[in-house]
Design a protein around this ligand. Structure first.
Ligand SMILES: Cc1cc2nc3c(=O)[nH]c(=O)nc-3n(C[C@H](O)[C@H](O)[C@H](O)COP(=O)(O)OP(=O)(O)OC[C@H]3O[C@@H](n4cnc5c(N)ncnc54)[C@H](O)[C@@H]3O)c2cc1C
Length: 471
């Protein structure tokens, strides 16, 4: 260990290498506090060259390296291997350039998402990526997980916003393509291999992100709806009526709306009365306030007139908009009565969503008749979250609940992970979303790019193998 410590200190300086006893919780315990470890060292490099040096030292000694971002993936993805190196890029937090002509920004991977969003906005542009964890999640983390969020419906996932990438590979080499070109078909587009690879194929150190014109008008409404079929119809009708301006369609099942608004009552009144099967938070963005508002109101009036929407409230100010978004995002008190919780982040085609919900609910209640279950999520993208509380939690209960939920996912050919990745928690069920051939291809890629298996050892395919490659 001493030898490793001095080799690492030789790369980043002794004051940026921390031994096990000095490592703070945020580097070794994730947001949910369900996953924790004991890395031997925390290392905080300041440049891509230093990251490369650290990876080289690790590769020579076969020591695992895990990049630690904001620890918000919730699947244990950034919890370092025991005895390994926790690599934090928090000192690499520069916004290198904002280019208003190409509409790009070049940033270090250690930047916080919110800081990057603010810098883009300050320059009169929009980085459309937006998540509830914006204040903690890092650019490296959102690229590592290919994060989605609240505006995928209009602008896509992180993958759609990364134009250029610089990364350190498992042998310590730096591969760089910090291009600002939207189009580049000169051979394999390797950056897409790294995006969403959860730090198992390379360490992202810098990225060029695509920006959009900053919308100057924003319309937000909460709708009460009676059936899922009507929800799906309303989504498509709004997309058409808004001429592509619809950026969010967040759906909340009745139990979710009831619980969250109950928990929020000390802070704000319930925006719409209870009693409807679904509540949809919809948002459109544009650049012509007067006509955008008129278009939005006209579309909602039509839906109300036709009886598709039962009730609606439109935000009249930023404060009211925040209050509507809080129904969906301010969940801490609402979920208190459900704890301890198991949470899910799954996806499927919109048409399969009602069948999935029914099946997942019946699978769970067959085992736990008194389970508290609630569904909500980025339904416009086919992405649902489920929260389940059965009064207690341990590894066996988690496995049983996972089986109930993922069995329903499998039945509709869905994905066990829409956004957060596999980490360790989803790994035993990988083969319920991926064919044997797909898993074999993934393993081939991992072996080719990281033959010593040092990058985020123990996650994703490793964790699936450790679970006995079930399925
Ligand atoms: C309240 C809340 C709301 C959320 N909402 C959403 C949402 O709407 N949409 C969504 O997609 N996710 C959401 N998430 C999940 C999470 O915020 C995202 O997965 C985010 O991208 C993780 O960023 P992070 O910096 O915390 O990464 P971490 O959790 O630290 O790391 C995630 C993975 O990326 C790897 N990684 C980190 N940095 C790098 C790097 N530089 N190079 C290579 N690999 C790296 C890690 O090793 C790990 O495997 C939410 C989480 C919370 C807690």
């Amino acid at each position: 260990l001493e030898n490793l410590a001095s080799a690492l200190a030789g790369v980043v300086g002794g004051d940026q290498v921390f031994a096990e006893a000095e490592i703070g919780d945020r580097y070794r315990i994730d947001f949910t506090r369900k996953y924790a470890s004991r890395p031997a060292f925390l290392v905080r490099p300041a440049t891509a060259e230093e990251v490369a040096g650290v990876v080289k030292v690790a590769a020579e000694r076969g020591v695992p390296v895990t990049v630690v971002g904001g620890q918000t993936s919730t699947v244990g993805g950034a919890v370092p291997a025991d005895g390994g190196i926790a690599l934090s890029l928090e000192r690499m937090n520069r916004i290198m350039e904002i280019d208003p002509v190409s509409m790009t920004m070049t940033v270090d991977a250690g930047c916080l998402l919110q800081n990057v969003q603010d810098a883009a906005e300050g320059a009169g542009m929009l980085l459309p990526l937006d998540l509830g964890s914006r204040g903690s999640a890092t650019i490296g983390g959102v690229i590592g997980t290919n994060a989605g969020g609240n505006r995928v419906l209009r602008w896509g996932m992180t993958r759609d916003m990364v134009i250029g990438l610089e990364a350190v590979l498992a042998d310590g080499s730096i591969v760089s393509s910090l291009t600002k070109m939207l189009k580049d078909n000169a051979g394999y587009n390797w950056k897409h291999l790294l995006i969403g690879s959860e730090g198992t194929l390379g360490v992202v150190v810098r990225a060029v992100l695509r920006l959009r014109p900053l919308p100057t008008s924003r319309q937000t409404a909460l709708l009460a709806i009676n059936t899922f079929e009507e929800c799906a119809l309303i989504l498509r009708r709004l997309e058409q009526a808004m001429s592509g301006r619809l950026s969010s369609f967040e759906l909340m099942w009745e139990e979710f709306y009831t619980r969250m608004t109950e928990g929020q009552l000390p802070d704000r009144p319930r925006p719409l009365p209870l009693g409807h099967a679904y509540y949809a938070l919809v948002e459109a963005m544009g650049c012509d306030r007067e006509s955008d508002e008129a278009q939005f109101e006209r579309a909602l009036e039509e839906l109300l007139g036709e009886g598709l929407v039962q009730n609606a409230v439109i935000a009249q100010s930023d404060r009211e908009r925040e209050a509507l978004w809080a129904v969906r995002e301010d969940m801490m008190r609402g979920i208190e009565t459900m704890r301890p919780l198991a949470g899910y982040d799954i996806s499927m085609s919109l048409s399969d969503m009602p069948a999935f919900v029914e099946m997942a609910r019946s699978n769970i209640t067959a085992v736990y008749p008194h389970a508290k279950i609630t569904f909500y999520g980025h339904a416009g993208d086919g992405n649902l979250h489920a929260l389940v509380g059965v009064g207690a939690i341990d590894a066996q209960i988690v496995h049983q609940l996972d089986t109930c939920v993922f069995d329903a996912v499998r039945a509709v050919n869905g994905s066990i992970s829409a956004e957060h990745g596999i980490g360790t928690s989803r790994a035993p069920f990988m083969s319920w979303s991926r064919t044997p051939e797909e898993l074999r291809l993934m393993q081939l890629l991992k072996n080719a790019l990281d033959p010593g298996n040092i990058l985020n050892r123990g996650k994703m395919l490793d964790a699936w193998a450790a679970a006995g490659k079930p399925g």
